[in-house]
Design a binder for this molecule. Structure first.
Ligand code: MG
Length: 455
């Protein structure tokens, strides 16, 4: 797909993502989805209102009535879509820098549109489908005032309120000036926690930190936890569908370790979990120990949700799934990544032990990331063929869902061509650096030699 990547369409606002572009994409979506009414929501980005207006106009022009939700986390917009049975346009660039913005399309069930549904919208957009109605049949507009309150209530009711309140927690929250600024501090107060905040004013210029909740952007939160009696730190991305944690000493918890701890608490022998092909050995080990099946998909959240839906349709229980970037699904709650709900589930685990102890078993894993650039298509092909040859000769489980992943039991390696750059990326993980480097080197050395021969 040219317009929609696996997680919507994003770019620099007013360069790639212009009001005219948003209007046309959303009008195409309104035309092919054939919904009489759709909702439009946004995160806090300073270009959000401008693009929201374009989306509203686009929908009205094709005869669609519009519910304006205003600023709300993506999972809040998804909850609204599901509750009202109304497809929803979310104006957000998720974790990208402040100058970015984009479009996420949510179906009437509350999940992001699948890849095949996005292809239909893209086709309509590219063929400049004309869904414009006569003046007397254009859409109307309604402001929805309480979507954030309804969202907070929904998460609060779904969480184990008693357990969290009994744990008597002080929680430090960094919503990064994003949409969760309006919801997470309130939610955790209502769940019986004492709440400290940093970067919690909604601000589309993101003055305190970048919207991506990675360790280097979260020094303020680590310091806040370390210098107060906070039991845990919670950080969200710009649209509030991810959650990243700090332990009670102010130490950053790897997203993969938090996912493993949550999965370890959820999974049993008859369960399955779904993750992308770059899944951590931590989750592989949890599945080994609990007897749960691990299903791998291509990288991208829409692939994960589609696979969860397939498994559920087959009657398979999928209590938890997701990625090590803080985007975790609890499909029995919702088929949506919800940063506030993820955090609530993590707090439930703190009733029994401090965060540092909870994640300690998932701590000493080592990741290696390498990349090899190429110049010609011949080099790229030669490198991928070399990777395939190594893969066939190795005593490892081979998975070719997205690139080539080899699982050795105690570690894994993945070689995958980048979708955007002339680069093949090689990832490896094991307990101990030496083993991880050794695994990475097997594919790296073969691919490098093949590239140099192909010159
Ligand atoms: Mg996000």
């Amino acid at each position: 797909m040219d317009v929609f990547g696996s997680s919507g369409t994003r770019g620099v606002a007013n360069e790639e993502i212009t009001p005219a572009f948003v209007l046309q994409v959303v009008a195409a979506a309104g035309t092919v989805l054939e919904a009489p009414c759709m909702a439009v929501a946004r995160d806090t980005r300073s270009t959000g209102r401008m693009l929201e207006n374009a989306a509203v106009s686009g929908l009205q022009s094709v005869g669609c009535d519009v519910h304006r939700l205003g600023v709300i986390p993506t999972p809040g917009a998804q909850a609204y879509a599901a509750r009202e049975g109304m497809p929803t346009v979310m104006i957000t660039a998720s974790h990208n820098p402040p100058e970015y913005n984009g479009i996420k399309l949510i179906g009437a069930s509350g999940t992001e549109l699948s890849v095949s549904e996005l292809e239909v919208v893209e086709e309509a957009f590219l063929s400049e489908i004309d869904g414009a109605r006569s003046w007397s049949r254009t859409g109307d507009e309604f402001a929805v005032e309480d979507a954030t309150r309804q969202y907070v209530e929904g998460v609060r009711e779904a969480a184990d309120r008693e357990k969290i309140a009994d744990a008597d927690l002080t929680v430090a929250i960094d919503p990064g000036h994003g949409a969760a600024s309006l919801t997470s501090p309130r939610l955790f107060r209502e769940l019986g926690c004492r709440v400290l905040t940093v970067n919690a004013q909604p601000d589309g210029r993101f003055p305190g930190r970048d919207p991506e909740p990675v360790e280097t952007n979260l020094e303020d939160l680590g310091r806040l936890v370390a210098t107060t009696d906070a039991d845990v730190g919670i950080a969200h991305d710009g649209d509030g569908d991810r959650a990243i944690f700090f332990d009670e000493t102010g130490r950053y918890i790897e997203g993969d370790a938090a996912l493993a701890a949550l999965a370890d608490a959820e999974l049993g022998p008859r369960d399955a979990t779904v993750a992308a092909v770059n899944v951590s050995q931590r989750l592989v080990d949890v599945c080994e120990r609990t007897g749960a099946d691990l299903e791998l998909t291509p990288i991208g959240s829409t692939y994960i949700t589609s696979r969860i839906q397939q498994l559920q349709a087959e009657g398979v229980s999928v209590p938890v799934a997701g990625e090590g970037n803080g985007g975790i699904y609890f499909p029995e709650y919702s088929l949506v990544r919800d940063g506030a709900y993820i955090a609530a589930r993590f707090l439930e685990l703190l009733a029994d032990r401090p965060a540092s102890e909870l994640v300690a078993p998932f701590g000493d894993y080592c990741n290696v990331r390498l990349k090899l650039t190429y110049e010609t298509r011949e080099q790229r092909e030669a490198m991928l063929e070399a990777v395939d040859r190594v893969a066939e000769s190795e005593a490892a489980d081979r998975n070719t869902t997205d690139g080539v992943r080899l699982d050795y039991g105690d570690g894994w390696v993945l070689a995958r061509p980048s979708g955007t750059e002339p680069v093949i990326r090689i990832y490896a993980e094991a307990r101990g650096r030496e083993r991880a480097e050794e695994l990475a080197a097997r594919l790296y050395d073969a691919a490098e030699a093949a590239r140099d021969d192909a010159k």
